[in-house]
Design a protein around this ligand. Structure first.
Ligand code: GAR
Length: 205
């Protein structure tokens, strides 16, 4: 059994998709290759820095332990490594988690932390580039295409090795909100499957 911790600070729509993917019962016809649920992977922990975030309610509803973290301990003490190891976490998934990941945590989980970003990196990434800011920048630059990027986390914001990208069109009448909706649909369609493939070894870690 491999255990995932999902770090999130927002509404938690990606966290909800990931939880759903790994809790729905598999049928004999389903296979990991097809991106179906794998009973050997569990979302064991939600980690959140905002007590009132939507993802906290999702964790409660789904009966998944939720660790609320504080800035001081995360950045200046031990990055909660002890708590993550106690829960036997193998893999960390950032799903709308906006704090930078401390080097100590990256070193404690080498090649085992991934992030999703709502644009086609290396464009439109970096500090302050999240949510509507990303989509507005894409519109302001008159891009005809946007999408999602799933990548390993390193010491630089939105920078690590890219694992997967998917694209969608940017329409002439798009607003940041309408583009966000199209990009979120891509995230929900691909993120759980890519996580599963990585952990199952179908995609190399
Ligand atoms: C997602 O779109 C994710 O790509 C983005 O935050 C959103 C969280 O939504 N992450 C970043 O912008 C990271 N730079 P959710 O809480 O509904 O899953």
């Amino acid at each position: 059994m491999k255990k995932i911790a999902v770090f999130a600070s927002g509404a938690g729509s990606n966290a909800a998709q990931i939880i759903d993917h790994f809790t729905s019962p598999p049928t004999p016809l389903h296979s990991v290759e097809k991106g179906e649920q794998n009973p050997l992977i569990e979302v064991a922990l939600i980690v959140c820095n905002k007590p009132d975030a939507g993802v906290v309610k999702i964790a409660a509803r789904e009966n998944i332990p939720c660790l609320l973290i504080e800035k001081e301990k995360f950045f200046r003490v031990d990055a909660y490594i002890k708590e993550l190891k106690e829960k036997e976490i193998d893999f960390i998934v950032l799903a709308g988690f906006l704090w930078k990941i401390p080097v100590t945590l990256i070193k404690a989980f080498p090649g085992r932390i991934i992030n999703i970003h709502p644009a086609l990196l290396p464009k439109y990434g970096g500090k302050g580039m999240y949510g509507q800011y990303v989509h507005q920048a894409v519109l302001d630059n008159k891009e005809t295409e946007s999408g999602i990027t799933i990548h390993y986390v390193d010491e630089v914001y939105d920078h690590g090795h890219i694992i997967f990208q998917a694209t969608c069109p940017v329409l002439t009448n798009d607003t940041a909100a309408s583009l966000a909706k199209r990009v979120a649909a891509l995230e929900h369609a691909h993120f759980p499957r890519v996580i599963e493939q990585l952990i199952s070894g179908i995609k190399p870690l």
